[in-house]
Design a protein around this ligand. Structure first.
Ligand code: GUN
Length: 322
């Protein structure tokens, strides 16, 4: 576990993810005993190394939790229509409970056409407009995995959400917007910030809960953080060997050593060493949001399998279908 230099309580994603995965394992076992294990299919386009790593982690975790999982690999340069056809194949395959397309897509693909195409009952990423709408109305079916993990981390750390001022840095469809919706549904007062937000430092420094999802290494410094705030770091920035990290991160021993030894290093959007002494809570990278994102995907896969069974059962009972 990462040590905070002072003060802040560490929001330990690894420990919490282990609990979620244990609960998933029990649910998957029950489903297996009465039919078959929940099945996750991941569609992976191209050969982006980070995506390959994430997909391998997802399918491995699924298998370890008593689900079955597969990756459908599509070659780089494939036509958008062929990717859509693969999504539709997953939609109609009764052996598939949870279906996701790993992001980012290659240039030339329209990610929102993929969101629209995924069967909303198999949409374990929670990106289909029907699932997005449900989430915003406070009646979620599949909550996007990273936002679900962020809320679990805050709850697990005992952070009060109702009535608090929250700032979300980043407005992506998969993290920024849905986490803002979840926090709003839990009665926080939420501001979403982005690249065109004026006076960003001041806005962030008023937050009692600060979620950083901008994809910029060490972007959030001490000046952005209100003392005592809960800071959740969603950034997963891999600094390549030999590429100098932002100067202010060289003060972090782990980052400096990796640079000097020519190794890659993973850093978040938050300058952890600078922020931890003044924050009330902080999530580390690695070991914070990342493991929970995977655990929440497994929880959604089990949910998809349960919903599928319930729907089949009610169809069988419905006299109109006889
Ligand atoms: N790439 C990075 N994060 C995610 C995610 O949550 N879902 C998908 N499908 N791709 C991602």
């Amino acid at each position: 576990m990462t040590e905070a230099p002072a003060g802040a309580t560490i929001l330990d994603g690894t420990a919490l993810a282990a609990k979620v995965r244990e609960s998933v394992r029990k649910d998957a076992e029950k489903l297996s005993a009465t039919g078959r294990p929940p099945h996750l299919r991941v569609i992976l386009l191209g050969s982006d190394p980070a995506s390959q790593t994430y997909v391998a982690a997802k399918t491995k975790a699924a298998r370890e939790s008593g689900c079955t999982a597969e990756t459908v690999r599509l070659p780089s340069g494939i036509a958008p229509g062929a990717l859509l056809a693969e999504v539709r194949r997953g939609n109609t395959d009764e052996g598939v409970d949870g279906l996701l397309v790993q992001l980012p897509l290659e240039p030339g693909h329209d990610v929102r056409r993929i969101y629209d195409a995924i069967d909303p009952w198999k949409d374990v990423d929670g990106v289909h407009p029907e699932n997005v709408g449900r989430l915003h109305q406070g009646r979620p079916r599949f909550t996007p995995c990273t936002p679900a993990g962020i809320l679990a981390l805050l709850d697990g750390g005992g952070v009060t959400i109702p009535g608090r001022r929250a700032v979300v840095l980043g407005r992506s469809d998969i993290v920024g917007k849905p986490v803002a919706a979840l926090l709003t549904c839990r009665d926080a007062t939420v501001t979403i910030c982005h690249s065109k937000t004026p006076d960003l430092e001041r806005v962030c420094s008023e937050a009692e809960i600060l979620v950083a999802a901008v994809g910029r290494p060490g972007f959030v410094t001490r000046q952005h953080v209100r003392p005592g705030a809960a800071v959740v770091d969603v950034g997963v920035n891999r600094l390549a060997p030999g590429v100098a990290p932002p100067a202010h991160l060289m003060g972090t021993a782990r980052v400096r050593r990796a640079f000097e030894e020519g190794r890659p290093v993973l850093v978040g959007d938050v300058d952890f060493d600078a922020v931890a002494p003044i924050a009330g809570w902080i999530s580390p990278v690695p070991g914070g949001v990342g493991p929970l994102t995977v655990a929440m995907l497994l929880a959604n896969t089990v949910l998809a399998a349960r919903l599928s069974r319930e729907r089949h059962r009610s169809e069988e009972m419905d006299p109109l279908t006889l």
